[in-house]
Design a protein around this ligand. Structure first.
Ligand code: AHR
Length: 503
């Protein structure tokens, strides 16, 4: 058994956790919308065509914001195609994913779905093939009360009250050459600034997310942020980060350390924001929106086969990664990285929500179930609200192919409004349990109320429709805790939630 120590103090505050840290993402891609959240012919569908079995799983997750409609899809999308009588909406060929988009689920359906799911909308505008005028028109349609052409059209289409969408993304991954209407940083910075300006003139209460780099290994990373922010710092409120990790080599030690990269990515983007703030003598601090993050690599070969057979098909099974136990561990570590950076990261979206690199899987016409990665998200969303505390951890470390000094124990801590505390902990050690000494100073009397454990002997174990409970949380071994001090056992290769409530 290895030994480690965790010290928490209620004065070691990182920052308040914005509830939007537990957001997700629905793109018109694969079976995320059609056969995922929306399937009018499904036995569980409600009068709007929303799958209630999926809705139930979404509600349990407590998803706080849902980014939509893309992703790469948005860069070729005409939002006007997605409003009005469904039978009159055009069928379009989507060049982002080489599939056919029927537009039967559109803007009104999305807003209604968000309401039913109890989540906040986060809408992306197309700055690939379109520009400031169309973005402004969309804000007028969505948010202007009435008495103008676009707002009256919304009313005519059945929504008397404005949608009041507060959070808007200025395009998607505009730094990537795969993007429809890809731009260089100067071109994008200017168009983002002009679009943002017109959108805010239409509704000054909205908040804007400008595109940062689509990954930390993009060759333009840092220069992109710097040039784009130079053009639009005063207009925007957040800059986006996107990051996906994979483990095609099967190197668990290296895979589980990828959050070292994620943490450095966040800190570098925050530094660039602050450098531009200084350059502009601005009083405003820009915050970060990590609006695409997850594990993504299992489905690559299958996607190539699907598109070879059925290019331009509808609701194709694309990006359907089946997540294993090891993926759930990294997702837990990614969530802790977000919590530990809560002072700068205010919005984050796990990509995506259903079927497409998602925590929830469905059969079209059939069952819905939780993938392995569902559980760490559920735990963080449920027990990760409040104030992020700095965990002072003394833990042995290891070196692997890409990283050195990787802590075996990865932790995050949250102080809740009622004085209770949650500690999240990943044990990256593949064979050794840890005895974790706890020293919690000045919290008053707390007791260890619950230890939740996610563990499986096989890193490749997955949940399927027939065996949906292969990897699921169970009670952990716990330990002792009295008068602010104690010791718990953290099993090898495991995700842990330790809940301390008022004694
Ligand atoms: O989430 C899948 C895709 O990943 C998104 O469409 C795009 O923004 C990113 O490259």
């Amino acid at each position: 058994m290895q030994k480690a120590k965790l010290i928490l103090d209620r004065d070691y505050v990182i920052g308040a956790i914005d509830p939007r840290l537990y957001g997700s993402f629905v793109e018109h891609l694969g079976r995320c919308v059609y056969g995922g959240i929306y399937e009018p012919d499904h036995p569980s569908a409600d009068e709007n065509g929303f799958r209630t079995d999926v809705m139930q799983l979404v509600k349990e997750l407590g998803v706080s914001a849902v980014r939509y409609p893309g992703g790469n899809f948005v860069s070729g999308f005409r939002w006007e195609d997605s409003i009005g009588p469904v039978e009159q909406r055009p069928v379009r060929l989507d060049q982002a994913w080489f599939t056919t988009e029927p537009n039967t689920f559109g803007l009104h359906e999305y807003v209604n779905w968000c309401k039913a799911a109890g989540t906040q909308p986060m809408y992306s505008v197309n700055l690939g093939t379109r520009g400031p005028a169309e973005a402004r028109d969309l804000v007028e349609y969505a948010n202007f009360p009435g008495g103008s052409a676009w707002s009256d059209l919304r009313r005519k289409n059945g929504a008397k009250e404005p949608f009041g969408i507060k959070l808007w993304c200025l395009g998607n991954e505009m730094d990537g050459n795969w993007q429809i209407g890809h731009k260089n940083a100067q071109e994008y910075g200017r168009v983002a600034n002009e679009a943002g300006k017109l959108m805010k003139w239409m509704d000054p209460s909205i908040e804007l997310v400008v595109c940062g780099s689509s990954a930390s290994d993009m060759p333009t990373f840092v220069d992109w942020e710097s040039t784009v922010l130079d053009a639009c710092y005063d207009t925007v409120d957040y800059i986006s980060l996107h990051r996906y990790y994979g483990n095609p080599e099967g190197d668990t030690a290296d895979f589980l350390a990828r959050t070292m990269d994620m943490d450095a990515f966040i800190k570098t983007v925050a530094s660039v924001c602050d450098a531009i703030k200084a350059k502009k003598r601005s009083a405003k601090t820009l915050h970060l929106s990590f609006d695409e993050w997850n594990v993504w690599y299992h489905s690559g070969e299958q996607d190539r086969e699907v598109l070879k057979k059925d290019k331009w098909g509808r609701a194709l099974p694309l990006l359907e990664d089946v997540y294993n136990f090891e993926d759930a561990l990294l997702v837990g570590s990614m969530l802790m990285t977000l919590i530990r950076n809560a002072d700068r990261v205010k919005i984050a979206c796990m990509a995506q929500l259903v079927n497409v690199i998602a925590p929830i899987m469905t059969e079209t016409g059939g069952r819905a179930w939780a993938q392995t990665i569902y559980y760490p998200f559920l735990h963080a969303s449920r027990f990760g609200r409040g104030v992020s505390l700095k965990p002072v951890t003394d833990t042995p470390t290891y070196d692997c192919k890409t990283f050195s000094n990787v802590p075996y124990l990865d932790t995050a801590a949250v102080l809740h409004d009622d004085g209770s505390v949650t500690v999240f902990c990943l044990n990256r050690h593949q064979t050794e349990d840890f005895s974790l000494d706890l020293d919690f100073r000045a919290f008053g009397a707390l007791r260890l109320a619950e230890h939740i454990l996610l563990h499986h002997a096989d890193v490749n174990a997955v949940n399927t429709a027939d065996a949906p409970d292969t990897v699921r949380p169970e009670p952990g071994p716990g330990g002792c805790f009295e008068q602010g001090k104690g010791c718990v056992t953290i099993p090898a290769l495991s995700w842990n939630v330790l809940r301390f409530t008022k004694a």
